[in-house]
Design a protein around this ligand. Structure first.
Ligand code: URA
Length: 192
């Protein structure tokens, strides 16, 4: 089996997942989008309303702001992989529960192996607490880099949080500049 076939198999299995009760309350499993392999894996929290309806991550208002940041630092959205900690929308956009995260995280781990990024970017507190450290403080530690195994990992503010608190937008922009620079350093060139 090629990696592309493995990835398709993974998607098919994930779309049929019933490991937690979130699936009963949502329209679509939002598996993730992007090329495989990819230089950068962005990890959000979980699908919102627009994502649930479309089956694609970050397509609502938060997604449009994410697109603006990517564009501002010269990263093409189509060149990165985008996924979430949980693949099914939590009711009323509440934080995913620890047991829901636990049930879902094997999908993300399997995706990460096949996407094979050198860079992982956690979008927001929930992803950072799950991927970097349980007691991660986004306000204090955003933009810092953590080396874990083969990955350079960082976290920045969640775009939804930036829509609510625009005062953090310039700090987030600085984080995205660092992400673009890290990609240029690790992959040898700045992509279009
Ligand atoms: N917020 C997230 O964390 N993920 C999405 O896909 C959309 C909004």
């Amino acid at each position: 089996m090629t990696d592309a076939e493995r990835f398709e198999q993974l998607r098919t299995n994930c779309l049929a997942c019933t490991r937690c009760s979130l699936r009963q309350g949502c329209q679509n499993v939002v598996f993730g989008t992007g090329p495989v392999p990819a230089d950068i894996l962005f990890i959000g929290e979980g699908p919102g309303e627009q994502e649930d309806l479309s089956g694609e991550p970050f397509v609502g208002p938060a997604g449009r702001l994410l697109n603006d940041y990517l564009c501002a630092v010269g990263i093409e959205r189509e060149s990165v992989y985008i996924a979430n900690i949980v693949k099914c929308r939590p009711p009323h956009n509440r934080d995913p529960l620890p047991e829901e995260q636990e049930a879902c995280i094997p999908w993300l781990r399997a995706q990460t192996k096949l996407v094979h990024p050198k860079i992982i970017v956690c979008l927001g507190r929930i992803a950072a607490m799950r991927i970097i450290r349980q007691d991660f403080r986004i306000t204090r530690e955003h933009g810092q880099w953590f080396e874990k195994g083969a990955f350079s990992i960082t976290a920045t503010f969640h775009p939804s949080a930036l829509l609510r608190n625009p005062q953090n937008r310039s700090a987030a922009y600085e984080d995205f500049i660092l992400i673009a620079e890290r990609r240029a350093a690790l992959y040898g060139r700045q992509r279009d």
